[in-house]
Ligand binder design. Structure first.
Ligand code: DQA
Length: 145
């Protein structure tokens, strides 16, 4: 089973960026943990990061060979109709993850444009959100047909 992990804007700065909110683990450290967990779950992983909305849309459009996506759209969660539409278009189950609990933060973060097209959302567990997200993605039942 192949899973694609997409990290959105500013997540390349994890570890130094607002550590009180997002934790002290770097993106590389989180990616290593994801790779380790993927081995245990017998999943193949590709991991991508971009600060650019259109690039993330391209990644999603090109994800047809994956069984599922795990995506932290970061700030685009709250603004991007284009990323929302791309997820709806490819019909690949997407697990939306957030390090922080967006529902108890500023009002503008409490709305996710992605949630209505996501298979599910995991929010608020720090880097564990990604690990839970990967477990969730692997457990999504295959589409029949
Ligand atoms: C985030 C939450 C977003 O509101 C924010 O813009 C991010 C990270 C999270 O993982 O908690 O960049 O997606």
């Amino acid at each position: 089973m192949k899973i694609l992990i997409i990290h959105g804007p500013n997540l390349n700065l994890l570890g130094i960026r607002e550590a009180d909110i997002y934790g002290t683990k770097t993106l590389d450290e989180i990616n290593s943990m994801l790779r380790q967990l993927a081995k245990e779950l017998n999943a193949e992983l590709d991991i991508k990061q971009s600060n650019h909305e259109g690039e993330i849309v391209d990644m999603i459009q090109n994800s047809r060979n994956y069984a599922a996506l795990v995506i932290n759209p970061a700030a685009y969660t709250h603004t991007s109709v284009a990323i929302r539409d791309a997820i709806a278009a490819v019909e690949i189950p997407a697990v939306e993850v957030h390090l922080s609990n967006i529902h108890k933060r500023e009002e503008f973060r409490q709305k996710s444009l992605i949630a209505p097209v996501a298979y599910g959302q995991i929010s608020g567990f720090g880097y564990e959100s990604y690990l839970l997200g990967l477990r969730a993605a692997v457990s999504i039942p295959k589409k029949r047909g």
